[in-house]
Design a protein around this ligand. Structure first.
Ligand code: GAR
Length: 209
């Protein structure tokens, strides 16, 4: 089974969805550790409750972004992960970091990329008058929220939606999409080649259809 380190900054509901999928029979991946850039990320306690080892690396404990990432990379070396899953990790990785794990880092973003990258995604989707929203799991490249798409899923935007109600609806499909994307990548059914996501065979939709 592929060894995965999940990266979180917050509540960790996507990390939990991945961990639950990994606990099902025949899933091709396992979460070997959860890393955070916040000591109080809610997801850390959730991971510990499942017996998954956790580590946190606070940016302020290091003199530079390079030193912060070097410490994370050194800790990763010891774990020898096959894949890294960014799950609400609110920090941009440098090119140096990404090159070390080229084609092996996944991220989830709560919009239908390339629409609405970056922060405040849901409010911007509402302000733009979108009638659908959704999530994207993609390979991480140097541009923020720019890498090739592995899985997407859509939800409606409904009248009266606020950023919070839309975020909650998108989150429900995130929890299905990320395990599916991890499965596809871990099984080698989707890989990054020449900056594109390449699929072998017919891929399932996020809803399993
Ligand atoms: C999720 O909605 C994720 O897509 C988003 O943060 C939330 C984390 O929730 N990520 C980003 O906005 C990255 N740009 P979680 O901690 O409960 O998984």
């Amino acid at each position: 089974r592929k060894r995965v380190v999940a990266f979180i900054s917050g509540g960790g509901s996507n990390m939990l969805a991945l961990a639950k999928a990994c606990a099902t029979p025949d899933f091709p991946a396992q979460i070997v550790a959860v890393f955070s850039d916040k000591a109080d990320a809610g997801g850390l306690a959730k991971a510990e409750a499942l017996g998954i080892p956790t580590r946190f690396f606070l940016r302020k404990d290091f003199a530079s972004k390079e030193a912060h990432e070097a410490a994370i990379l050194a800790a990763l070396d010891a774990l020898a992960p096959d894949l890294l899953c960014l799950a609400g990790y609110m920090r941009l990785l440098s090119g140096t970091f990404i090159n070390r794990y080229e084609g092996r880092i996944l991220n989830i973003h709560p919009s239908l990329l390339p629409l609405f990258p970056g922060l405040n995604t849901h409010q911007r989707a509402i302000d733009a008058g979108m009638r659908i929203a959704g999530c994207t799991v993609h390979f991480v490249t140097e541009g923020m929220d720019e890498g090739p798409v592995v899985v997407q899923a859509a939800v409606p935007v409904v009248p009266g939606d606020t950023s919070d109600t839309l975020a909650a609806r998108v989150l429900t499909v995130e929890h299905r999409s990320y395990p599916l994307a991890l499965r596809l990548v871990a099984e080698g059914k989707v890989r990054m080649e020449g900056g594109k996501a390449v699929a072998s065979g017919t891929l399932p939709q996020a809803d399993g259809a």
